[in-house]
Design a protein around this ligand. Structure first.
Ligand code: 4G1
Length: 246
């Protein structure tokens, strides 16, 4: 997987991507990260990357020239990669998008700062706008980090146990995850569901599936519409009483 990132804070990206599963994927060459900082491509001695908005108003806007130069430099290195601007105006990111970008093999992510980027850069160079959610951030970098994590995990060989990528709840046709327990067996007088201690793997798998289904119905019923449910799933859901929302 090749990921290009345009960011004014490459050190922030680098640092966050040196650890854990993602850090190892980089070391093993399963993830190639190429960062480009528009500030390095400025032509003025003050290395200006932002300016005041036409039409007035608060804050600053990222200027088009250095940002375009940074995008073009990565497009030359990764001509097949789609250019994705991370922004609140974008299409919500989801596991299907992560799978599509992993399958494609490369993506260029543009992280905004200030109030955003000059619209002419979007018109000319951006293929798609994608959002991590409806909240205000200082920059697109943390959205980029989340997306890089989601995509890299899907790369074959990155996760020790390939099943865990599938078993992540969104791997199982977009259901929420079941509860998880580990030692000690009794903690603060709270015990573990007996089925998990039974050694009956069929019963455990059924319990986990039913927990995922019940939680999805209670907390995110809209996900059930898109989920790929078996007949047994549907029978179980019908057997549940009214949702208690938890
Ligand atoms: C709801 C709302 C309305 C108006 C502005 C903002 C806002 O947060 N504007 C600031 C910026 N936000 C993001 O980049 C950003 C934010 C959230 C999710 C994201 N997913 O990807 C990038 C994302 C845009 C340029 C610099 C940071 C948010």
């Amino acid at each position: 997987m090749k990921v290009g990132v345009i960011t004014l804070f490459p050190e922030l990206m680098d640092g966050a991507l040196e650890h854990g599963v993602i850090g190892r994927a980089r070391t093993k060459g399963q993830l190639e990260l190429e960062l480009s900082n528009p500030r390095d491509l400025t032509a003025d001695k003050h290395r200006t990357v932002d300016d005041r908005p036409f039409g007035g108003g608060p804050g600053m806007v990222m200027t088009p020239a250095p940002l375009s130069a940074a995008i073009v430099s990565l497009k030359e290195a990764m001509p097949e990669a789609p250019v994705v601007y991370l922004s609140p105006q974008g299409r919500p990111f989801d596991q299907a998008m992560a799978r599509a970008w992993q399958a494609h093999g490369s993506v260029i992510l543009v992280a905004g700062r200030y109030e955003g980027i000059d619209e002419r850069v979007i018109d000319r160079l951006v293929d798609e706008e994608v959002s991590l959610g409806d909240f205000v951030l200082s920059g697109g970098e943390f959205a980029a980090l989340a997306i890089i994590d989601a995509v890299t995990r899907l790369e074959p060989g990155v996760l020790g146990d390939p099943l865990s990528a599938e078993e992540d709840s969104f791997g199982i046709e977009g259901l929420l995850d079941c509860p998880h327990y580990t030692r000690p067996e009794v903690y603060e007088n709270q015990t573990v569901p007996a089925v998990l201690m039974s050694g009956d793997h069929k019963a455990i798998a059924r319990w986990r599936r039913q927990q995922s289904l019940a939680r999805t119905r209670d907390r995110r019923p809209e996900l059930l519409e898109k989920a790929d449910l078996t007949k047994e799933d549907k029978v179980f859901l019908t057997s549940l009483g009214p949702s208690d929302g938890n």
